[in-house]
Design a protein around this ligand. Structure first.
Ligand code: SF4
Length: 157
């Protein structure tokens, strides 16, 4: 939801209200495939306060959390999502650093929880709470992400 909030408030509302997207949507299937193949040999999944993320290593007493994405097109949301995981850990007294991975582009980005990023995550959480409280979903608005969104059928079908 943290990442989705950077893209579409309607998507967030639908997720919050557990209106699930089409699980057979090819974009979702492909995303699952990229995630599964990127973690065949390393890491373990951790669940913390409703969020699931992958710890890939512990180096010099520092945990490294990774997030795999199909592409870097929505990097801002991906950065916030990873920073949210780092903040969840920090709230438990655990220092961690993050790594965004884009296997198809052979790219990586190190993410450190700076004060600026921490404030951005807190603001994003508040934004999500405000969307969640809406009685109706925000109306669909055609944006460039719609064609790859698993809710497209619901919004535009
Ligand atoms: S199809 Fe477009 S408007 Fe609908 S939830 Fe997805 S991104 Fe938002």
């Amino acid at each position: 939801m943290i990442a989705s909030a950077s893209i579409c408030p309607r998507q967030v509302w639908l997720m919050v209200h557990q209106i699930n997207p089409d699980e057979d949507d090819p974009n979702l299937e492909y995303g699952r495939f990229v995630h599964a193949t990127a973690y065949q040999r390393e890491g373990r999944e951790i669940e913390l306060r409703g969020s699931k993320f992958d710890v890939i290593a512990v180096k010099d007493n520092t945990i490294v959390v990774a997030e795999v994405k199909k592409s870097s097109k929505a990097i801002e949301g991906a950065r916030l999502q990873l920073a949210h995981y780092l903040l969840l850990l920090e709230e438990q007294g655990i220092h961690a650093i993050g790594e965004l991975r884009f296997p198809e582009e052979r790219g990586r980005e190190r993410v450190t929880l700076t004060n600026e990023l921490r404030q951005a995550v807190l603001a994003q959480r508040q934004y999500i709470y405000r969307i969640a409280e809406l009685r109706q979903p925000p109306p669909p608005k055609r944006i460039r992400w719609c064609s790859k969104c698993a809710y497209a059928e619901l919004c535009w079908g």
